[in-house]
Write a protein that binds this ligand. Structure first.
Ligand SMILES: CC(C)(COP(=O)(O)OP(=O)(O)OC[C@H]1O[C@@H](n2cnc3c(N)ncnc32)[C@H](O)[C@@H]1OP(=O)(O)O)[C@@H](O)C(=O)NCCC(=O)NCCS
Length: 394
């Protein structure tokens, strides 16, 4: 691209080179130098982030993109994932294709470093649709008065500690949940450390023997006001029930509890007379649902798939374009190259099936591919619908 150079920058350079771009795009116009100082202090957690900038002739950085090295459970296997963020360009340099060049290079670098999939939170999904990403469900916000929850004796207890104190057990729980929950994503150890500094309470639900079964990070806004929770995390129903019971104990302290859950959670079943709101707000540019795409077909070997054998052609893609035979056998997928294809899919269409968010008919009705009839049923059987719960925000 004429006069434009792409350069990878270190974490130490980000406060000088990247912050002016992302602060203009995402921060309120305020105390720029004050915000920059805080940002500089955070950069020790960004050592493993891949950051690329576009420099115009003269060396000024005018656009940037970045990716966190992350892990994500995709149908039972924990895969290397590139979490894309810090996508921004200066107004005078927009619509010149700089971000397009940066994003393709970033995805290529991450794929070459082993990332099998990539996810992001879009300002506008159609922008990232061009790069092969497909939408996933946004987490829901639940709101209820604590009085409506049941108070039955349960085998276990809840401990309430400052986040810093419970952080090791909290991250241990996150790792276990990533191993068992489709869609669940984790930052690497260095990036995760920053979250331990959050000035919030942590409720840890424990079995009688002490094992952590669930956790909720939260803050209390004011006496008589709202207990504002993050995600209600639990390895199973007991962990969740213990946390809900703990929240019920706030009946005379707060008027309302709010917290986040995955898209398939049904909070109206948590209590008998429980009045509850379940909000799934999606709007742009601030509340987009996450998006994901596959970067490496062979990396999908071993994810869960029911029995079946379908050959698909993925069209127009630098990374996974071509013909792939997908075989589900003994509960696992294997991927090989070549054969006579029964479906023509965009990357987004293929990714939607792998992530379990669209049925093959919806892939077609959304314009993400064409599938011959017997293959529709085979793909539906091999990749049953399964809503991913992408825990991490970035
Ligand atoms: C979003 C943003 C990064 C786009 O940057 P840009 O430099 O204009 O992007 P490019 O010129 O490289 O455009 C890439 C492609 O997307 C298209 N595009 C650009 N803006 C778009 C939009 N709002 N919606 C849909 N497509 C868009 C371009 O036409 C181009 O298409 P092409 O590949 O067919 O030519 C820039 O507008 C920005 O900084 N916005 C504010 C911050 C922000 O929202 N960042 C994204 C956070 S997820």
């Amino acid at each position: 691209m004429k006069g434009m150079k792409i350069r990878q920058v270190t974490a130490a350079e980000r406060a000088e080179v990247v912050f002016p771009l992302t602060a203009y795009a995402f921060e309120p116009t305020a105390d720029f130098e004050g915000l920059r100082e805080k940002y500089r202090a955070r950069m020790r957690y960004f050592e493993h982030v891949t950051t690329l900038v576009a420099e115009e002739a003269g060396g000024e950085a005018v656009a940037c993109v970045a990716a966190y090295p992350m892990l994500q459970n995709v149908r039972g296997r924990v895969l290397d994932m590139a979490g894309v963020s810090s996508v921004a360009s200066q107004p005078a340099s927009r619509r010149k294709g700089y971000v397009r060049e940066l994003l393709w290079q970033l995805l290529r670098q991450m794929r070459d470093q082993g990332a099998v999939v990539s996810t992001l939170y879009p300002f506008r999904p159609s922008f990232y649709g061009r790069f092969g990403f497909v939408g996933m469900p946004r987490r829901r916000r639940v709101g209820f008065a604590p009085g409506g929850l049941p108070a039955v004796e349960l085998p276990g207890y809840v401990e309430q500690v400052p986040m810093a104190e419970g952080f090791a057990e909290y991250t241990g729980l996150l790792s276990r949940m990533c191993a068992q929950t489709h869609g669940f994503a984790l930052f690497d150890e260095l990036r995760t450390r920053e979250f331990g500094e959050a000035k919030v309470w942590l409720a840890l639900a424990r079995a009688e023997q002490g094992e952590v079964l669930g956790a909720l990070a939260y803050e209390i806004k004011n006496f008589g006001d709202v207990l504002d929770g993050r995600d209600l995390l639990a390895t199973g129903p007991l962990g969740r029930a213990l946390l809900l019971q703990f929240l019920g104990r706030h009946v005379d302290q707060v008027r309302k509890v709010t917290l986040s859950v995955g898209a398939d959670v049904v909070p109206e079943l948590w209590g008998t007379d429980l009045e509850v709101t379940l909000e799934g707000l999606v709007d742009f540019p601030t509340h987009g649902g996450p998006m994901a795409r596959v970067l490496d077909m062979r990396g999908l070997d071993g994810i869960a798939a029911r029995d079946g054998d379908v050959t698909v052609e993925v069209v127009d893609d630098a990374f996974i374009g071509g013909v792939h035979r997908l075989v589900g056998d003994g509960g696992q997928l294997s991927v090989t190259t070549g054969g006579a294809s029964q479906a023509r899919l965009t990357v987004a269409g293929l990714s939607a099936l792998v992530y379990g968010v669209l049925d093959p008919v919806e892939v077609m009705s959304r314009g993400l591919g064409e599938i011959e009839y017997p293959a529709v049923e085979k793909l539906r059987a091999m990749f049953p619908r399964e809503m991913p719960y992408l825990f991490a925000d970035f």
